[in-house]
Design a protein around this ligand. Structure first.
Ligand code: 7PJ
Length: 283
């Protein structure tokens, strides 16, 4: 299985790591890293991305909107100013496969113009103009499930049957993409860990991830440092690496194709060890 990410090919025969690059002043675990006196320094972002690529990341995910619970919304212009120069620099200077973490049509359009390779939308292309912008880009799209909006999603998440509801939502969004002219081989699905989910919802979705694989699209998971680890282990955000690795491996064992993480080197090591074990098992 291969994804055509603009001019780059991404091989998904084995799980790959997507490194997180937050071009935000306020993300929950590493916001503001590339800001000095309130100004985004593109070069600092390029250096961080270069390090993640050297550690084995195959994709760099650039986001300009913090979606942590309760985060402030960002204007379209502000998001463009944060994201587009970073995407452009990563493509030009590093030749990286860049995914752009956005729900905003204009950001999708301008990012694809400067060489983005994947559109990653936590709102699954439900915002006005997003479906058309994504279709016009010709790029692969990641459709994520979220209950509610970042401002209210963790207040009281309720499902009758979380697995069925997430699966039906993702299937319906994939069908909307097909109807809008997006090719089936350009669709990636994501259950959206932590986006309107209790600990139990998250664990159920992870334990039963293989059922989502049955929809026939590659799966992306974002579990890195998420608050489900606070609920499980009572750890601060910078003490969540061991827990994040366990979640990454659990997801990879259940068929996740793309693992979105902050800690690239450690995750690549863990996946390589898992692959070595599975290689023997399958012989
Ligand atoms: C996710 C994401 C995720 C996808 C964020 C964080 C919050 N995109 N963007 N999946 N999470 N596709 O990193 O904790 O889980 S932002």
């Amino acid at each position: 299985m291969q994804l055509h990410c603009g001019s780059r090919l991404l091989d998904l025969t084995r799980p790959v790591v997507m490194g997180i690059l937050n071009a935000t002043p306020d993300s929950f675990s590493d916001g503001g890293s590339f800001y000095r006196e309130n100004h985004l320094i593109v070069d600092l972002a390029v250096r961080k991305a270069a390090q993640m690529l050297a550690e084995g990341a195959q994709i760099i995910d650039v986001g300009g909107e913090s979606t942590r619970p309760g985060a402030q919304p960002v204007s379209e212009q502000e998001e463009l100013d944060r994201v587009v120069p970073v995407v452009e620099a990563l493509v030009k200077e590093l030749g990286a496969i860049v995914s752009v973490d956005t729900s905003t049509a204009a950001v999708m359009r301008e990012s694809s113009t400067v060489g983005a390779g994947i559109i990653n939308d936590v709102r699954a292309l439900r915002r006005e103009g997003a479906l058309a912008a994504a279709a016009a880009s010709g790029l692969p799209v990641c459709l994520m499930h979220m209950q509610g909006e970042p401002g209210n999603m963790q207040q009281r998440p309720v499902y009758e049957d979380v697995m069925t509801e997430v699966r039906n939502f993702l299937q319906a969004r994939a069908e909307a993409c097909l109807a809008a002219g997006i090719s089936a081989r350009n669709i990636i699905l994501d259950p959206g860990f932590g986006f309107g989910k209790t600990l139990n919802h998250n664990l159920t979705l992870l334990a039963r991830l293989a059922e989502l694989q049955a929809l026939g699209y590659p799966l992306l998971v974002g579990l890195s440092r998420k608050s489900m680890l606070a609920a499980l282990l009572n750890r601060d955000v910078h003490e969540r690496l061991p827990g994040s690795l366990a979640l990454a491996l659990a997801a990879a064992e259940r068929g996740a194709a793309i693992i979105r993480v902050h800690d690239v080197a450690a995750t690549v090591d863990a996946l390589n060890v898992m692959a070595a074990v599975n290689n023997i098992k399958n012989n």
